[in-house]
Design a protein around this ligand. Structure first.
Ligand code: ADP
Ligand code: TRP
Length: 317
């Protein structure tokens, strides 16, 4: 079983990304046949500024290493260090029916949200199929929003095998357990596009300030409060140990605890949670990052070259 997962460097990760995706990827990186990569070709569908793309790519690599991804166990690499992916993507594109891509909801959603309807955005699932097939991965852990893209990758692999002979194992999605959406400081789902994020690696003052600004209802200290509907409590429960979480829920219901105190405690817990990672990130040198990524790229590239040679032969190139 070869596991592969990709993450777009489309911004600075926030704690929603951490609980919803990064934590699971780090868990995966402990299995020896895992391939985890930074999808910087994909991010070009939304980022047009070279400095920004480079900074997000480098930042995400540092974040993952600091959070505990083990680059000696898994192959951790940048997509653009595997140019074979682009050649395979073209080859796959020649056998991909338009209708298959036209059915993809993610393209329609992104265009509806204002991203330009470029060919790259439309062909995004083919590049994703190339990511998956170039290393012959069989298992692709993704959130529910990416399920359709893995199905497209499988359809493309079937079409390729039927047309040119059996080259690719068929990849299967593994849907990550649904994590309930982490709320942002304004109570909506935390998202880069809403400007309501808290980032694990921003400076301590900024984190505390953002936490103090979390929106709550206007109940006073003495009033009983409902933990189930409070977005501050939804954040608190992510960081508190079960006993403290339950005790806080009880205090909410009884009244006598103000939101200000809960926020202060949340800030301490959050900083404690990421303390080790923050220390590690500060200590990471450029050389550490470069060496981790080049090791990963070398390993992935060895497999990618073999696959591409097989593919070229199968299609007559
Ligand atoms: P954003 O909404 O900030 O642009 P992305 O769409 O880039 O985030 O999400 C990357 C990953 O992080 C996805 O797997 C997504 O499911 C997860 N994720 C993003 N925001 C949240 C959130 N608020 N709660 C839980 N998971 C999230
Ligand atoms: N499209 C994925 C996302 O936005 C990222 C990605 C690119 C990916 N290539 C992949 C995920 C291959 C799994 C496998 O989250």
């Amino acid at each position: 079983m070869r596991i592969l997962s990709g993450v777009q460097p489309s911004g600075r990760p926030h704690i929603g990304n951490y609980f919803g995706a990064m934590r699971q990827n780090i868990e995966l990186s402990r299995s020896s046949d895992a391939y985890i990569f930074i999808a910087n070709y994909h991010a070009m569908t939304s980022i047009r500024d070279p400095k920004t793309l480079a900074a997000y790519t480098d930042g995400l690599a540092r974040d993952y290493l600091a959070l505990g991804l083990d680059p000696d166990r898994c192959a951790f690499y940048r997509q653009s260090d595997l140019p074979e992916v682009c050649e395979l993507s073209w080859i796959l594109t020649t056998i991909t029916p338009m209708g298959l891509l036209e059915r993809c909801v993610s393209y329609k959603d992104k265009v509806a949200k204002g991203l330009p309807a470029d060919h790259g955005l439309f062909a995004y699932p083919v590049l994703m199929a190339a990511d998956i097939l170039i290393v012959k991965s069989t298992t692709v852990p993704v959130g529910a929003d990416q399920k359709q893209h893995v199905e497209v990758a499988r359809d493309i692999a079937i079409k390729f095998n039927n047309t040119f002979g059996n080259v690719f194992p068929l990849p299967e999605e593994r849907i990550l357990p649904e994590v309930s959406a982490v709320p942002g400081v304004d109570g909506q789902k935390m998202s880069k596009s809403y400007g309501n994020t808290i980032e694990p690696f921003e400076d301590e003052k900024a984190i505390r300030k953002k936490i103090m600004s979390i929106k709550t209802d206007s109940k006073g200290v003495a009033d009983p409060k409902d933990p189930e509907t409070c977005n501050l409590f939804a954040l608190f429960r992510l960081f508190a140990a079960p006993a403290e979480r339950d005790a806080m829920a009880e205090k909410y219901r009884k009244g006598g605890t103000g939101y200000g105190d809960v926020k202060k405690r949340l800030a301490d817990l959050l900083l404690e949670h990421f303390a080790e990672a923050r220390k590690r990130r500060a200590a990471l040198t450029d050389a550490d990052v470069a060496s981790a990524l080049s090791k990963g790229a070398e390993r992935a590239r060895r497999v990618a070259r073999e696959t591409l040679a097989e593919v070229r032969k199968a299609v007559g190139l």
